[in-house]
Ligand binder design. Structure first.
Ligand code: SF4
Ligand code: SF4
Length: 204
């Protein structure tokens, strides 16, 4: 049975309301940690370790670094990457793989970074574009190579001519080393024998 009076109940309610209001007013004037998104979109910053979306950087000539080796595709545990390539013949008659389409499904990606680590060319990386929400699921599959782009030409390695070995130098070196090997160490006794006692001159 409730033994509180009518006015006692009202008093309790007012007391409870006052405590609640006191807490609300206190929190209202405290420093807030909450980010005011999307108002602060322009000033939002993230650490470099954030991984939001895979990207294939292109230079000003619309060139990327991908050689279509497929290592990133093989490294991906979630089948988020599909590399389509073709084989072309270069000017010097060599066969070479060329990237046709690089598809990345961000909807399947778990941002493990294994693809980036596997790439021998440094052709892909994670960027800081965090707004990836779409209404159409098919838009989660992104083509990372730009239309009309091609693989960056790598500078051919410069082969420095071998220094011509002079016959004298070539012959001398082994001899020197052989003579060093063949030379038997002088017996200790011989060294000892050669040591002559120092004679002291007698003064007349
Ligand atoms: S981050 Fe991981 S899951 Fe995402 S594409 Fe790369 S390897 Fe696949
Ligand atoms: S992104 Fe890198 S690992 Fe993937 S196909 Fe291109 S070169 Fe190979």
């Amino acid at each position: 049975m409730n033994d509180k009076t009518y006015f006692g109940g009202i008093l309790d309610a007012v007391k409870s309301l006052t405590i609640g209001l006191k807490t609300s007013i206190k929190v209202f004037f405290e420093h807030h940690e909450t980010e005011q998104y999307p108002e602060n979109r322009a000033t939002l910053t993230f650490t470099d370790r954030n991984r939001f979306c895979l990207e294939m950087p292109h230079n000003e000539k619309n060139e990327h670094k991908c050689i279509a080796c497929g290592l990133c595709q093989m490294a991906c545990p979630n089948d988020s990457i599909t590399v389509t390539s073709e084989t072309v013949t270069t000017e010097d008659g060599k066969k070479k793989k060329q990237l046709v389409k690089y598809e990345y499904n961000i909807g399947q990606c778990m941002f493990c970074n294994l693809c980036v680590t596997a790439c021998p060319q440094g052709a892909i990386l994670f960027n800081q574009e965090f707004e990836q929400a779409v209404f159409d699921k098919s838009k989660l599959i992104k083509v990372l190579n730009h239309p009309g782009s091609k693989c960056q030409e790598r500078p051919k390695p410069v082969v420095s001519p071998k220094p011509a070995a002079t016959p004298a130098t070539a012959n001398e070196a082994p001899k020197a080393s052989l003579s060093h090997v063949d030379t038997a160490p002088a017996p200790k006794t011989e060294t000892a024998d050669k040591t002559e006692p120092i004679e002291t001159k007698k003064e007349d």
